[in-house]
Design a protein around this ligand. Structure first.
Ligand code: SF4
Length: 487
């Protein structure tokens, strides 16, 4: 009766060191971890002790006999991972989390004053990593420009994914600890300058995330009705910057360009029963709009074949159990390149199998549905008689779809902060191992970065934990080297 990790796995890795038989992989120190869609329990090795359940911050682990019908596909996913990459019993490097068994800093440990800008996942993990050090004592000021902490966990995770949002309880506990002061509603770079923070703290760590969607480079991208999918997500989650966003749900079809998890999430929200979202973080404004919505079909256009689909298998399973999802069989061509590593091949095979199990597009009835297309790059957007039309290359033939709204879901840009270097080309704060680089390419003493504005918008919530560890390691190393000063 092994345990199973299900959809809302955050990759935080808290469960990994708890397992007495090392059967949860990939571990944070394994190379596959960086690109893992989720973590997996090896059913042939798990001894069913239950130690991992309490450690999981998002309640993503259950016993196989308690799996709901909806979660059943994950039992196979956990097992298939080990069939594809090899048994966990054959790995010989048990993972040791340096934070386990830690003691408090010695009473004469040096005190570091740190400003952390951003109270989302990345900022939280910087705080918790600083709190885990035994060689320094940290006094931490957390600055958040919004009146509410949580960042993209609060304003980016789907409003009905309550288990995933539970990770915020960890954030709250860290910020409630002695030595941490949270300043909400303070805009760094406006109400308080970088220079002010740098003068009064040994280091300033920017963990400001990636809020805005990348600009769509397509004829017609500037037309009204073409918006970033990320903006729609922020709107229905109640992000104050996006209140009153113009969202046109008066047409039967919405087209989404790009097929990452954000694309699937907006498709799900626009086609699900709106009553599902009552009592969640969804705003009343969005709930009213969804109740009045005329949208019957959301078409997700992917530029490349299904092997390059940016969504994860758990996200596809979550979508398909909410609304009918259909595909064009001719879109599902077998991937040709075999150079990929075992884990990548596993993901490709798994996604193709899941997609092939979906009904063909022609089988859709009058009920709301999501259509996933592959190998259909968009070529332009036009407007006529109040409706948008998306032109695309349909496997060599011209295709077009009329719709009322186009959602660009082609990635996110890191947030820039006045007075802090910013690379427009990559949409990140330039850095080496979390040390922010100045215009001359040299590290700026006492300025650090963590999270998506450091590495770009990759990975899931828990990926930021190990990203933050790297930044904090660099910061503390610089402190011990005498590089950091504070008034
Ligand atoms: Fe490991 Fe015990 Fe969880 Fe099984 S139940 S994965 S043995 S910690």
């Amino acid at each position: 009766m092994p345990h199973v990790i299900v959809q809302n796995c955050c990759n935080d890795g808290s469960c990994v060191p708890e397992c007495p038989v090392d059967c949860i992989h990939p571990t944070p120190d394994e190379p596959e971890y960086a690109t893992a869609e989720m973590l997996y329990i090896d059913p042939d090795v798990c001894i069913d002790c239950g130690a991992c359940i309490d450690a999981c911050p998002v309640s993503a682990i259950t016993t196989d006999y308690e799996l709901t019908t909806e979660m059943a596909p994950f039992e196979a996913m956990n097992a298939e991972y080990y069939r594809a990459v090899g048994s966990s019993a054959d790995r010989d490097h048990p993972y040791a989390d340096p934070r386990l068994g830690r003691k408090r800093p010695a009473s004469d440990a040096a005190t570091l004053r740190i400003a952390v800008v951003g109270a989302g996942a990345a900022g939280h993990y910087v705080v918790s990593e600083l709190q885990s050090r035994i060689d320094v004592r940290a006094e931490i000021d957390v600055y958040e420009r919004l009146a509410e902490p949580g960042g993209l966990v609060r304003f980016g995770v789907a409003p009905d994914h309550a288990d995933t949002k539970k990770v915020q309880e960890q954030f709250t506990k860290s910020r409630a600890q002695k030595g941490v002061t949270t300043h909400l509603g303070v805009r760094v770079g406006e109400e308080v300058s970088h220079e002010d923070l740098a003068r009064t703290h040994h280091a300033v760590v920017y963990a400001v995330g990636s809020l805005h969607g990348r600009t769509l480079d397509l004829p017609g991208a500037e037309l009204p009705g073409v918006i970033a999918a990320a903006d729609l997500v922020a709107w229905y989650n109640g992000h104050p910057d996006f209140a009153g966003l113009s969202v046109d749900l008066t047409h039967e079809r919405v087209v989404v360009l790009g097929n990452g998890n954000v694309a699937l999430d907006v498709a799900r929200i626009l086609t699900a029963d709106p009553e599902t979202f009552v009592g969640t973080d969804m705003t009343d404004e969005a709930l009213v709009a969804l109740r009045d919505s005329q949208v019957r079909e959301v078409v997700v256009l992917g530029r490349r074949g299904p092997e390059h689909a940016a969504f994860t298998s758990p996200e596809l399973v979550g979508l398909a159990r909410t609304v009918p999802v259909v595909v064009e069989p001719e879109d599902l061509v077998e991937p040709s390149d075999d150079d990929a590593d075992e884990q990548t091949r596993f993901y490709r095979t798994q996604k193709l199998a899941l997609l092939r199990a979906l009904p063909p597009a022609s089988a859709g009835s009058g009920e709301r549905r999501v259509v996933l297309r592959f190998g259909t790059p968009p070529t332009g957007i036009t407007v006529s008689d109040g409706a948008l039309s998306v032109a695309f290359d349909d496997h060599g033939a011209p295709g077009s779809l009329d719709c009322g709204m186009v959602l660009a879901s082609i990635g996110l840009r890191g947030t820039s902060v006045p007075g802090v270097p910013y690379d427009e080309a990559t949409g990140t704060i330039p850095n080496t191992d979390g040390r922010v680089l100045g215009p001359d390419g040299a590290a700026l003493p006492g300025v650090y970065v963590a999270g998506w504005c450091k590495r770009g918008p990759t990975g899931v919530i828990g990926t930021n934990r190990f990203d933050a560890r790297g930044t904090v390691d660099a910061l503390v190393e610089d402190f011990h080297a005498g590089i950091l000063r504070a008034e």
